[in-house]
Ligand binder design. Structure first.
Ligand code: PD2
Ligand code: ZN
Length: 285
């Protein structure tokens, strides 16, 4: 073990160097040049900047909670084609901070059409779980229409759920039932976080069943004529909705420092249909 001790003075110096615009590599080089062992310097740099960013993002209790395990840790663009049980799925893009993975070929066109047909008759104006009360409420930020399937309600749902569990390496029982949304022209879903806000009084009740959400998978059931990207403002990333593709993102704590803010941009022409799968940290039963 190293005898070198990382002092609060060193941490303040690291933050001042970053604030002055020096790159992490330049700060690391400067530390090594003044005698710091590389491993100690790297650890000090990473932990100091991470804590600093958490504070900039509002701090709060949740920012300091230990990170939760999340689905899909093993996925990377280094393995661009992976077997997800009954289907080979493409990894089109993978980002680590925030954690976002874009998949191709997750569903066949027939599966997409079947899910749309099953959902269509049950659509109503979308509601979100209202964390102030724990109840479901119509939400002005979401102008789509939606419905929930029960887990494994139809064979096509059960097949997709098993495929998602295999793809993300996450227990089937931890998944909520699929939610289908339809956006007509002008409809959107303003940027939001999918985890339940720990500061809201209704959250403890929601968490009794399965704990926090730790990951989301938005599956595109059709290709809208124009608009409707899934946007990640903190990553500067817009994901185009393409039938059969999907975007996955995870959040290891219920906090904005995960940079998992995301929204559905307004649909300009045509309709947009998605099926969203949310994954909990525990069994959702
Ligand atoms: O439809 C989307 O692109 C979208 C965007 C943001 C879906 C969700 N959130 C969601 O279902 O949570
Ligand atoms: Zn969302």
């Amino acid at each position: 073990m190293s005898a070198q001790v990382v002092t609060s003075e060193l941490r303040r110096w690291i933050v001042s160097q970053a604030a002055a615009g020096h790159s992490p590599e330049a700060v690391l080089d400067a530390m090594k040049a003044s005698g710091w062992e590389e491993a100690v310097a790297l650890e000090a740099l990473e932990t100091t900047m991470r804590d600093h960013l958490l504070q900039l993002n509002g701090g709060g209790e949740a920012a300091h909670e230990p990170a939760k395990p999340v689905p899909g840790r093993h996925l990377s663009a280094a393995t661009p084609q992976i077997s997800a049980g009954d289907r080979d799925v493409k990894v089109l893009m993978s980002l680590n901070q925030p954690r976002i993975v874009v998949f191709g070929n997750l569903l066949s066109a027939d599966e997409c059409e079947e899910i749309i047909a099953l959902a269509r008759a049950r659509l109503s104006r979308s509601e979100t779980v209202e964390t102030r009360t724990g109840a479901s409420e119509v939400n002005e930020a979401r102008t789509s229409e939606g419905m929930f399937f029960q887990p494994a309600e139809f064979p096509v749902c059960a097949r997709l759920e098993a495929r998602i569990a295999a793809l993300l390496g996450w227990p089937l029982e931890n998944g909520e039932g699929l939610q289908v949304l339809r956006y007509r022209p002008g409809a959107e879903y303003k940027p939001h976080y999918d985890y339940f806000d720990p500061a809201e009084p209704g959250t403890p009740t929601i968490l009794e069943r399965g704990g926090q959400r730790v990951g989301s998978l938005v599956c595109y059931l059709n290709t809208p004529a124009e608009g409707g990207a899934t946007v990640f403002p903190d990553a500067g990333l817009d994901v185009a909705p393409v039938q059969g593709n999907a975007v996955f993102f995870s959040y290891d704590r219920p906090h904005p420092s995960t940079r998992s803010l995301h929204g559905g941009a307004p649909v300009i022409a045509g309709e947009k249909w998605v099926a969203t799968k949310w994954m909990r940290e525990g069994r959702f039963e």
